[in-house]
Write a protein that binds this ligand. Structure first.
Ligand SMILES: Cc1cc2nc3c(=O)[nH]c(=O)nc-3n(C[C@H](O)[C@H](O)[C@H](O)COP(=O)(O)O)c2cc1C
Length: 355
């Protein structure tokens, strides 16, 4: 699977990762804190350029120390540990099935993480049935794994036996860079506002997260119309169970997939501004959004996408290019499912639309 799952659900609920692969915790008295205020590791200097990242990973429970008091920033981390860190960050979703590798054992501290990462395409192993469970993760491997996790797929070109091992400080920095970036939406540059236009908020939503944001966007205007993109064949819970070979996954992997939409927007030509909402599926908009784009002429309109996700960032891939050239396409914004009216309103304000 080429697309990468980007779920960092419930980051703050993640349990601490035992990064020591079985080493006993040190129960010595509370250490003097040498790092940033919330880094409880005596071997992480306050002025180290990786201190903030260690603190962040520790606070989120993604990467803990080797002991209660030491982080060992200069030692390597196994491939199983890196995958476990990502699995924790993803909220430890339930998994089923076999690890898919001959060198991983079931029932171990890392086994669910490896099953999950393999099924989501975050790791693929060495191609000979081996995952390299205990091998130190190299810098190149780490970069590829994180790129897949964050949806910025790149091809592995290195040699795992030769690549330089990443040290734990590097891993913390890379994890923070990859995962923290997923949280806030990108900066939106206000663009000249269309005046006196009619606003349509069109959205696709199955579990009402995007619907909630769409309604909040509509509430920002004196008059905006809501339009729900309804699939001709509704998605059942099983269709959306992304841990399986479900309909949604199959569609996302099928370049030709264009799920049919039931009904259409009335008086489409009257709208000047179209907010376009969708959930993120495998890092990108669901295929039905491409159906929607291909169904209407966006010429002369201002289009502003928005999306919701477990944690993945904003993405309008494959949708924007279908809008044609004669469109004002603003960079949109990703919201969490529980986004409040205030957050939505402040984003809408930042767009500089004037009605
Ligand atoms: C098939 C599928 C794939 C998903 N992929 C991602 C993903 O890559 N990243 C993410 O953060 N959330 C992902 N999610 C979670 C949804 O983006 C998230 O729950 C969204 O808010 C759902 O919106 P809705 O309630 O409007 O349908 C996925 C959900 C489904 C069903």
């Amino acid at each position: 699977m080429k697309k990468v799952i980007l779920r960092l659900f419930a980051l703050s609920l993640c349990l601490p990762l035992c990064a020591c692969g079985g080493q006993a915790a040190d129960h010595s008295p509370e250490p003097t804190r040498s790092g940033a205020a919330d880094v409880p590791f005596t071997d992480v200097p306050a002025d180290a350029d990786y201190a903030e990242a260690v603190a962040w990973c520790h606070e989120k429970g993604i990467l803990k120390g080797i002991s209660d008091t030491t982080f060992e920033p200069d030692t390597s981390l196994s491939r199983a540990m890196l995958v476990t860190a990502l699995y924790r960050a993803a909220g430890e979703p339930a998994v089923s099935g076999a690890p898919g590798f001959t060198d991983t054992r079931a029932g171990t501290w890392y086994s669910n993480a490896v099953v999950w990462a393999n099924q989501q395409g975050v790791v693929r192993g060495y191609g000979n049935g081996l995952f390299g469970t205990d091998d130190p993760v190299s810098v190149e491997q780490m970069e590829v794994i994180l790129a897949r996790y964050t949806g910025k797929e790149q091809e592995w070109v290195g040699d795992p036996t030769k690549a330089q091992a990443a040290v734990r400080a590097q891993v913390a920095v890379a994890l923070m860079a990859a995962l923290k970036a997923e949280t806030p939406g990108p900066e939106v540059t206000p663009e000249p506002a269309p005046e006196g236009g009619r606003v349509l908020v069109a959205y696709f939503s199955n579990t009402n997260n995007t619907k909630g944001v769409a309604e909040k966007i509509a509430a920002c205007f004196d008059h905006a119309d809501l339009y729900q993109i309804v699939p001709e064949v509704p998605y059942t819970a099983a269709d959306l169970n992304y841990n399986t070979d479900c309909r949604a996954n199959r569609e996302q992997n099928d370049p030709e997939a264009r799920p049919a939409i039931s009904g259409s927007v009335e008086d489409w030509e009257d709208y000047d501004v179209v907010f376009l909402g969708y959930p993120i599926w495998w890092g990108v908009p669901p295929k039905i959004m491409q159906t929607f784009m291909e169904s209407y002429d966006f010429g002369g309109k201002t289009v502003i996408p928005f999306c919701t996700s477990g944690s993945s960032g904003y993405n309008d891939r494959a949708v924007q290019e279908l809008a044609g050239d004669d469109v004002t396409w603003l960079t949109g914004r990703r919201f969490s499912g529980g986004a409040g009216q205030e957050a939505v309103e402040s984003w809408v304000d930042s767009l500089g639309l004037e009605f």
